[in-house]
Design a protein around this ligand. Sequence first.
Ligand SMILES: NC(=O)c1ccc[n+]([C@@H]2O[C@H](COP(=O)([O-])OP(=O)(O)OC[C@H]3O[C@@H](n4cnc5c(N)ncnc54)[C@H](OP(=O)(O)O)[C@@H]3O)[C@@H](O)[C@H]2O)c1
Length: 385
Amino acid sequence: MKTLCLLGATGSIGQSTLKLVDQHPDLFRITALSAHTQVDALIDLCRRYRPVQACIADPGLFTELRNGLSAAGLNTTPLAGPESLEHMAADSSSNTVIAAIVGAAGVASTLSAARAGKRILLANKESIVLAGQLLMQTVAAHGAQLFPVDSEHNAIFQCLPAGGGRDGVRRLILTASGGPFLGKSRADLATITPEQACRHPKWSMGRKISVDSATLMNKGLEVIEAHHLFGMPAEAIEVVVHPQSIVHSMVDYRDGSVLAQMGEPDMRTAIAYGLSYPDRIDSGVKALDFRNLGHLEFQAPDTLTFPCLSLAYTAIGRGGNAPAVLNAANEVAVMAFLEGRLPFLGIADIVAQTLDTLAWEPAADLAVLMASDAEARRFANHRIH
Ligand SMILES: NC(=O)c1ccc[n+]([C@@H]2O[C@H](COP(=O)([O-])OP(=O)(O)OC[C@H]3O[C@@H](n4cnc5c(N)ncnc54)[C@H](OP(=O)(O)O)[C@@H]3O)[C@@H](O)[C@H]2O)c1
């Protein structure tokens, strides 16, 4: 029986995970749940799954959580605040942690799960973008296991040789849907609204990652993620636009073979694989219908219209705190766009300015990275106002 600590239970990945738990009560049990501000939704989930602990990340909502749990007659221990999230991720009541918080807010709890030697299903890509080297070292030092839940990395994980040898690998090929604005010009993008940016043609996701998909920053973050997860240099990680989102990513081997992982665009496939590895379980995702699939297209990304992808390659090249700076500036810019304070094209501008202005530092430890994260947020916010 896998005992699950689900961080970010009220989000899109959280909900997909819970569907799998509902489908396999004999295999998985929820022992810990978290949310940020949706305290009522968290209490409802506690009623359904009766976890040992529940944490609301916003400390101001502790009393509401405690009273709600007690009114529901539950024994669930109420917790609140970012430090409690870290404790919960390391607690012995779970052997598996699903890191599905959005943004840099998920870094500390992911690292805590790694220090506790847990099996980690990593959806929170910002953890590995911000602190990739540190996270990989922590995982190795404490015998934790990391399973990528991002569909592209999950695909590559499935296509790489079991046991991890990389000698025969020539390239990793990350596919990108191209987002809702594929084929548009910069002029077309000038007046894009948050609603348009969040309407992804293939995937149903949270608002931040939907905007990242629209700017192609999502793919940029994924290149950084792949670089750390699979130990490949940036020049061996290629992005190709594939609008149908059927091929989730590929591994190109030196002998000319290319292995691809395919499936319907539904995150339950990747989550199910991480939950059940090395076994395969029913995920509820429908089978691919090859007879009616039609054409699968592939094309180069348009990095002039969508410069965020190139900015991510620049950040890998610079190394040190540069990916943390890129990530923080992007989070601030995306939030400003969603709140109507920044035009869509301003997102890449803010990230580029922040990356070019902030001082480079080696990624010595989490404190340095979090300080760079905070400085980049200050700078980006200042530029926006
Ligand atoms: N959705 C996808 O298909 C997909 C695919 C690949 C990777 N990912 C990655 O998975 C992560 C989650 O994405 P999502 O789409 O599920 O996001 P989402 O729907 O926006 O959900 C985010 C979750 O994180 C919680 N949260 C937000 N801010 C927080 C904070 N400051 N501290 C603690 N918890 C916080 C939210 O709680 P409240 O509900 O209370 O706000 C919610 O439970 C992201 O890193 C994303 O890049 C997502």
